[in-house]
Design a protein around this ligand. Structure first.
Ligand code: FEO
Length: 403
């Protein structure tokens, strides 16, 4: 049975929810699933806004056919060519021989790379600012390169002022009946997953997100239709502000993320003692994560949220304990910056991790180390408690100064 739903006057959601996929991009755990949104506009011309993941082509086709009611599909706008949105292009061109596939020159290259059929007879190239008249509605195209791939466009529907934003303003988490962010408790149900999605999928491209936010600021926008997660029709400024903070790499809140790696519990114990000291010094928000247990994507989401970071790990093969090395790699690759930090390391005979972690952290922009790295040898000793308290006090003074 089709699952298409009206989401605006003669605009229908024709996408699908994926609760089976274990990992998005075969990397990121999907505890709450993900939606692939596709929107069908019915006007004098019919127009599909993006397609769907390869596992959901049949549900998409069923939804599209149910809404079209024997009309042909005139246009397919490709705002993003990543396969989670573009897998049904071939099928649609086969089903509708008169279809025009709308995209920019980079879209065309990618279609030719991903598919083996001749797209030329179908392709309708557009450039920044070009418009497409559908009847009552008109679409205007806005390039949004690297949000999250180079070919990405936003499409602006001018009569109801709807912005189709590709991956931007999307979130992990399947839709559970409600289609609109204002129909759910977004902060409780989706915000952490929206931040994790942003940090890990788009986080590297903050300057490009800032560039498109500046373009969007010139438009009157009533609704945001992303390719993942709920649609926005109320309180847009609240979510746009989150995007502004994340893309400027500014924390949302004062708080400390302690990410630790620990082989036998001794480095973990030091992290736990530090957390207690921070709480005792009045720090209200402390989040502890075991880097061997918690997928890096969740820790990255938390690091995009909070102002302070403590990294704690043992030396391993004269290097950094591997899960911590992975986290540091991601911090750099995802461009995390503007945080206050501290380092704790452990080494039983030749402690090295603190030096290596400090060097890795220095590769991230504008990371301020609040104290010299705190080093334990095998385990924390009573004689070191005053030193750890000093570190806790330095962190607490810095955090509490932000509140
Ligand atoms: Fe949802 Fe960049 O694809």
């Amino acid at each position: 049975m089709y699952t298409s739903l009206p989401v605006a006057d003669n605009i229908f959601w024709v996408g699908a929810n994926d609760r089976r996929l274990e990992r998005f991009e075969n990397l990121f755990p999907l505890e709450k699933g993900v939606s692939y949104n596709s929107y069908l506009i019915i006007d004098e011309k019919t127009c599909l806004m993006d397609t769907i993941d390869g596992n959901f082509i049949e549900p998409l086709m069923e939804n599209v056919m149910a809404v079209l009611q024997n009309r042909p599909l005139d246009y397919l706008v490709i705002n993003h060519m990543e396969p989670d949105h573009a897998a049904a292009i071939t099928r649609l061109c086969g089903e509708f021989p008169q279809l025009k596939v709308v995209g920019n020159s980079k879209t065309l290259n990618m279609i030719q790379q991903f598919f083996d059929f001749d797209i030329a007879p179908f392709f309708h190239e557009v450039k920044e600012g070009d418009t497409l008249a559908l009847g009552r509605r008109t679409l205007q195209f806005i390039n949004a390169p690297m949000v999250h791939w180079p070919e990405v466009m936003f499409s602006y529907e001018t009569s109801e002022k709807i912005l189709f934003t590709a991956d931007a303003f999307g979130t992990f988490g399947a839709l559970n009946g409600a289609m609109f962010a204002d129909e759910v408790d977004f902060e409780a149900e989706y915000l952490n997953e929206a931040r994790r999605y942003y940090a890990n999928i788009v986080g590297k491209y903050g300057p490009q997100v800032q560039a498109v936010l500046k373009k969007a600021a010139k438009l009157e926008i009533n609704q945001i239709f992303p390719l993942h997660g709920p649609i926005w029709r109320e309180n847009l400024g609240w979510f746009i502000n989150k995007y502004d903070l994340w893309s400027r790499y500014q924390p949302e809140e004062a708080g400390v993320v302690i990410a630790y790696g620990s082989m036998y519990g001794n480095t973990e114990n030091t992290a736990e003692v530090l957390a207690s000291m921070l709480a005792g010094a009045g720090v209200k928000t402390v989040r502890l994560y075991d880097v061997s247990k918690t997928h890096t994507s969740y820790i990255m989401g938390e690091m995009f949220r909070y102002s302070h970071i403590v990294l704690s790990a043992p030396t391993y093969n004269a290097g950094i304990y591997l899960p911590m090395a992975t986290l540091l790699h991601d911090m750099h690759e995802l461009n995390l910056q503007n945080r206050k930090a501290a380092i704790i390391s452990n080494g039983s005979w030749a402690p090295m991790a603190h030096k290596l972690m400090q060097a890795k952290l220095a590769e991230c922009k504008n990371m301020e180390l609040l104290a010299e790295p705190f080093v334990i040898n095998s385990c924390l000793k009573p004689a070191q408690m005053p030193g750890l308290q000093q570190l806790a006090d330095a962190i607490a003074t810095s955090v509490n100064g932000l509140e």
